[in-house]
Write a protein that binds this ligand. Structure first.
Ligand code: ES4
Ligand code: ZN
Length: 326
């Protein structure tokens, strides 16, 4: 259809993408074999059957298990270049990717191995396809703030390759307030700041991310819609929210895409972007997220164009670079 072609052809940025969540079952098997890692699955079909989640934690358990095949620098390169090839196919011109260093250093993989593989792929894709990038290191919120501070310390030799920090993993019970000190340290280092908030957690977690962590963007933010005061504040400040439709569906954050809060978010004047989160686990890359939410909610061409533009507006590109896309 015309709207499908529009989605495909529009230049887009992706701002909420966990690189470890782009690990496709085929590559997982290939790396398991290469690295002699045992997987609890014997076929791609078996993996796909395991991807049946009723909440965030169900997914996270499988996501951390999947990471176990990533051992060497080349593995992180192969993972990242496969995602960037998809971006090239989908006319994604800029990416801001998350990685979870603690998911790897906990298993004895050096920080340097992780950042070097990811960064080499990002540089190659910028050379080959012109895809620009930022890199955001996330702290695992189910771990302690001391461990996050240690991770920031380990990142210090590589800050030329890191643009920001984020906060992900199990949200409920791990409020932003737990990470106030490490975010203060990251801010002092000149890093951009983002945090997952209001995916499963209450609106007060979104408020804490703003007031205590002083984030530059909110990841997800769905539950901010429960607080009229918060919506007003997010709208007036044009604080970006990185919304992930297929993720919300698969993790039962919404009952169905046709009841997703996106129309209300746009109606309230929020700066919303569309993103894929963990595309291998949630059944689609960025264009598939656009197709699904467009058809479920009958979004107009104008709304689709607005969402694509918002992805550049909300990015961490500098203003002249942004202007080239807008
Ligand atoms: C994540 Cl969807 C989501 N939420 C929180 N943490 C995550 N890590 C990877 N995907
Ligand atoms: Zn996420």
């Amino acid at each position: 259809s015309n709207i499908q072609k529009l989605i495909e052809q529009l230049p887009k940025a992706e701002l909420h993408l966990h690189i470890e969540g782009s690990l496709e079952p085929e590559l997982m098997f290939k790396l398991a074999k290469r690295n002699q890692v045992d997987l609890p699955y014997t076929s791609v079909e078996e993996i796909q059957q395991a991807y049946n989640f009723s909440q965030l934690q169900d997914f996270l358990d499988i996501y951390y298990a999947g990471m176990s095949v990533l051992i060497n620098e080349q593995d992180f390169y192969d993972l990242t270049i496969a995602y960037l090839e998809k971006c090239h196919q989908q006319n994604i011109r800029h990416v801001e990717i998350f990685f979870d260093p603690q998911g790897h250093t906990e298993r004895g993989i050096a920080f340097e191995t992780v950042i070097t593989g990811i960064n080499r792929a990002l540089n190659d894709s910028q050379q080959k396809w012109g895809i620009t990038f930022k890199t955001i290191m996330c702290f695992l919120r189910h771990l302690s703030e001391a461990e996050a501070i240690d991770t920031l310390q380990q990142a210090k030799p590589f800050l030329d390759r890191i643009d920001g920090v984020g906060l992900d993993s199990s949200e409920v019970g791990h409020p932003p307030s737990k990470f106030e000190q490490v975010f203060n340290q990251a801010r002092e280092l000149g890093l951009k700041l983002v945090a997952h908030a209001g995916e499963e957690g209450p609106p007060s977690y979104v408020k804490e991310a703003l007031d205590l962590l002083k984030v530059d963007r909110i990841d997800h933010g769905n539950r901010a819609m429960e607080s009229e005061a918060l919506v007003k504040r997010l709208s007036e400040s044009q604080m970006a929210l990185t919304v992930c439709p297929l993720s919300n569906l698969k993790l039962c954050v919404v009952d169905a895409l046709n009841t997703h809060p996106l129309p209300a978010m746009l109606e309230k004047g929020l700066l919303i972007t569309i993103n894929s989160d963990d595309p291998s686990y949630f059944g689609g890359y960025l264009n598939e997220n656009f197709f699904a939410i467009q058809s479920a909610l009958n979004l107009t061409e104008q709304q689709i164009v607005q969402l694509a533009k918002n992805s550049f507006t909300a990015s961490f590109l500098d203003e002249p670079e942004k202007a080239k896309h807008l």
